[in-house]
Design a protein around this ligand. Structure first.
Ligand code: NDP
Ligand code: GDR
Length: 371
């Protein structure tokens, strides 16, 4: 039975990858950091009690900023494959916590690669680094492919640039099977609530049910290549199954703006948006309501406003990936398109909002945290 070790197993990709690898028959080990409250919601359906004999999902405490914990876990597990997904992954937060972001995202990758070397596992453990389209930042070429030059635009991207190159360097210097997946944005119903797609689907679902009145957004003109996380974790696995280690762009090859995402999500909920004003004064106004829609909204209601606090000091305006190499070498292509992704996310957030509305109707305070 193959053993995989996943850092960041409690995150969006970690959860999908753990499920995927368990399904493939792997024994899956995950590193989670200590938190004051349970934060395993995304993997609770996979969790197996430590007392269950022969369990195939094992969690270990560890942290990307703590070499000794990483060495200990790698030594204990002796993994065939290591997926380094752990990171402070929020671009805007990286401007507020640049040093911590560098420690966990850049040095964290180095610590894990060093753990492989220190333990003499160079020939045993294959290593996957969660690299990112943010490396392209201020883009030099469209669409972006493996050979497109990098130009990071945030402390997050600069940290991930180090992680990218240290992965390449350990492959070349020590013969490690180490690879970068340069993944473009990928989303799902379990995406963190403060990333733009989830913020939109969750916010609009709550507005539609009357639980919230307005959604405050940043740059609506930003354009991204959005895929589904379930498709992208399959690519992560495929990258480690090749005869030779290499780096791959994983993307859909289609691009939409944040405003397009808002329009599509509103459409799923049965209303249309009209855009009025420009820049920081732009507003999203309800312009039409589908027949039979049970929305709490009225025509003319403003449901989206701009709050400059969500503008970034340096923005990545446009990203579009060229997944040709992944298609030709890995045989990978995305299964879920943009409309289907939006529909799945809206549907899941609508269910969650209905549950909150029910709780509120019965007199209990509904959770109403917004970011
Ligand atoms: P998430 O933010 O959902 O998950 C990040 C995971 O890393 C969480 O499990 C988090 O733990 C863990 N983590 C954060 N800091 C540390 C630390 N110091 N030590 C140990 N664990 C830590 O990210 P995604 O699942 O979306 O992304 C996975 C990886 O892929 C990340 O590296 C991200 O930067 C990268 N990436 C993501 C893309 C995307 O569009 N989703 C695109 C390209 C790259 P906790 O639950 O405790 O917070
Ligand atoms: P990104 O994702 O920065 O691409 O990083 P995010 O969803 O945060 O932003 C995408 C774009 O939307 C614009 N935007 C807003 N973003 C947020 N979060 N909140 C808002 O209110 C808002 N309004 C507009 C942003 O300015 C940006 O242009 C994600 C992360 O998962 C990284 O870890 C990963 O490496 C990259 O995707 C690929």
């Amino acid at each position: 039975m193959k053993k995989a070790l996943i850092t960041g197993i409690t995150g969006q990709d970690g959860a999908y990858l753990a499920e995927f690898l368990l399904h493939k028959g792997y024994e899956v080990h995950g590193i989670k950091r200590r938190t004051s409250l349970f934060n395993t919601d995304r993997i609770d359906h996979l969790y197996q009690d430590p007392h269950v004999p022969g369990r195939r999902l094992v969690l270990h405490y560890g942290d990307m900023t703590d070499s000794s914990s990483l060495i200990r876990v790698v030594q204990q597990v002796q993994p065939d494959e290591i997926y380094n997904l752990a990171a402070q992954s929020h671009v805007q937060v990286s401007f507020e916590e640049p040093e911590y972001t560098a420690d966990s995202d850049a040095l964290g990758a180095l610590r894990l690669l060093e753990a492989i070397r220190i333990l003499g596992l160079e020939k045993k453990s294959r290593y996957y680094q969660a690299s990112t389209s943010e490396l392209y930042g201020k883009v030099r070429e469209t669409p972006q492919k493996e050979t497109t030059p990098f130009y990071p635009r945030s402390p997050y991207a600069a940290a991930k640039l180090y992680a990218y190159w240290i992965t390449v360097n350990y492959r070349e210097a020590y013969g490690l099977y180490a690879c970068n997946g340069i993944l473009f944005n990928h989303e799902s119903p379990i995406r963190g609530e403060t990333f733009v797609t989830r913020k939109i689907t969750r916010g609009l679902a709550r507005i539609h049910l009357g639980l919230q009145d307005c959604l405050y957004m940043g740059n609506l003109d930003a354009r991204r290549d959005w895929g589904h996380a379930r498709d992208y974790v399959e690519a992560q696995w495929l990258i480690l199954q090749q005869p030779q280690p290499d780096d791959f762009v994983i993307a859909t090859g289609e691009q939409y703006s944040v405003r397009d995402f808002l329009n599509a999500a509103a459409g799923e909920l049965g209303f249309d948006l009209r855009w009025e004003g420009s820049g920081a004064n732009e507003k999203g106004v309800v312009s039409g309501i589908a027949a039979g829609s049970k929305t709490a909204l009225k025509r003319g209601q403003v449901v989206v406003r701009i709050d400059p606090r969500y503008f970034r000091p340096t923005e990545v305006e446009t990203l579009l990936g060229d997944p040709t190499k992944a298609r030709e070498t890995l045989g990978w292509s995305p299964k879920v398109g943009f409309r289907e992704l939006v529909a799945e996310m809206v549907s899941a957030d609508l269910k969650a909002a209905e549950r909150d509305a029910l709780v509120k109707r019965h007199g209990y305070a509904a959770y109403d945290y917004r970011e």
